[in-house]
Design a protein around this ligand. Structure first.
Ligand code: CP
Length: 305
C-alpha cells in the first residue's frame, strides 16, 4: 500500500506516467468512467478548501466511484478530541482511499502510519501540498512542452506557502532549473527549504524583493496569496497582504512566452484584468487538477485501465 505525503514519494518516471495518464483521461473520459465502480474516497478536510476537496470528489465521481467525508473538523469527532490516528482507523473501515487536509504539519503522515487504506496529503499546514504540485507540473508541461531548462519565479508568501515548498522539491529533480524567489523579508523561504536548495549545487537561485525586476527573465511566474490564516498578528497581515499585485502594466515587462500560475484562491495579488491575458494559466491548473487526481487515485488503488 502506498501513500502520497510529498512529491518526492513519486519518482520522476512515475510523475511522467501520472501526467501521461491524466492527459489520456482528459482526452478520453468515457474510457475511465467505470474504473472505480464500487470504490469510495473519503475526503477528510480539517481546514477550508474549495479546489482540492471538490476536485478529489469530482475525480472519484468521474471514475464511477463515490465519496464521503467532512469539510469542517468541527462537524467530525475531532471536535470531541478524537485523534487523527483513531479517525483514520475508523475511516479505513468505510472507504478505499482517503485525502486529508490538516492545519497541522505532519498530520497526514501520522494518519498514514495508522491507516488501512492509501492516504493522500491534501495540504498540511505550511508544509507540503503534493497534489497541487502534480497540477502545477502538468500545467507547466502542457503549456511549455517541458519541465527542464526553466527559470521559475515564485512570488508572495514563500514562508508559509506549502504549494511553493512542494513545487520546489519536485522541480529540484529536473535539469537546468533556476529559481527567483520574490518576497518581502518577513515572508522569505524558511531555512529548511534554502538548506535543501543548497544541497543541490547545480540549482541556481536568488532572493529578491521587486517583482518588476524579475519579470523580464522568467519562463514561469508562480504567484501566491499572503495567507491570513498563517499569521499570528493581524497588523503584520494587513501590512503585507497587498505587497505584490500583478496587473496588466506589470505583465508588459514579462516575456510573451512567460506563463502565470497561481494555486488559488487569490485575493488581490493578481488583478482580474490579467485573467484575459493568454499567459494566465491559473484556471487551466484547476481543470488539470481534477484529471491528475483521477490518475493518482487509479495509481494508488492499483487500477489499470
Ligand atoms: N489550491 C488549493 O489548495 O485550493 P483550496 O484551498 O481551495 O483547496
Amino acid at each position: 500500500m502506498r501513500h502520497l505525503m510529498t512529491p518526492l514519494d513519486l519518482s520522476v518516471e512515475e510523475l511522467d506516467k501520472l501526467m501521461d495518464a491524466a492527459e489520456d483521461i482528459k482526452a478520453n473520459p468515457a474510457k475511465y468512467s467505470h474504473a472505480c465502480d464500487g470504490r469510495i474516497l473519503a475526503a477528510l478536510f480539517y481546514e477550508p478548501s474549495t479546489r482540492t476537496r471538490l476536485s478529489f470528489e469530482a475525480a472519484m465521481l468521474h471514475l464511477g466511484g463515490r465519496t464521503m467525508g467532512f469539510a469542517d473538523a468541527m462537524s467530525s469527532s475531532a471536535a470531541k478530541g478524537e485523534s487523527v490516528a483513531d479517525t483514520i482507523r475508523v475511516v479505513s473501515c468505510f472507504a478505499d482511499i482517503a485525502a486529508m487536509r490538516h492545519f497541522k504539519e505532519g498530520a497526514p503522515m501520522v494518519a498514514a502510519q495508522f491507516s488501512g487504506i492509501p492516504v493522500i496529503n491534501a495540504g498540511d499546514g505550511g508544509h507540503q501540498h503534493p497534489t497541487q504540485t502534480l497540477t502545477d507540473l502538468m500545467t507547466i508541461r502542457s503549456s511549455k512542452g517541458r519541465l527542464s531548462s526553466m527559470k521559475i519565479g515564485m512570488c508572495g508568501d514563500l514562508k508559509f506557502g506549502r504549494t511553493v515548498h512542494s513545487l520546489i522539491r519536485a522541480l529540484l529533480r529536473y535539469d537546468n532549473i533556476s529559481f527567483v524567489f520574490i518576497s518581502p523579508d518577513e515572508l522569505k523561504l524558511p531555512d529548511y527549504m534554502t538548506e535543501e536548495l543548497d544541497s543541490h549545487p547545480e540549482i541556481k537561485y536568488k532572493e529578491v524583493t521587486r517583482l518588476e525586476d524579475a519579470l523580464p527573465e522568467l519562463d514561469v511566474l508562480y504567484m501566491t496569496r499572503v495567507q491570513k490564516e498563517r499569521f499570528f498578528n493581524e497588523e503584520d497581515y494587513v501590512r503585507l497582504k497587498d505587497y505584490y499585485i500583478l496587473d496588466s502594466r506589470k505583465m508588459e515587462l514579462a516575456g510573451e512566452d512567460m506563463i502565470v500560475l497561481h494555486p488559488l484562491p487569490r485575493v488581490n495579488e493578481i488583478s482580474v484584468e490579467v485573467d484575459k491575458d493568454p499567459r494566465a494559466k491559473y484556471f487551466d491548473q484547476v481543470q488539470n487538477g481534477m484529471y491528475i487526481r483521477m490518475a493518482l487515485i487509479l495509481m494508488l488503488l492499483g487500477i489499470e485501465v
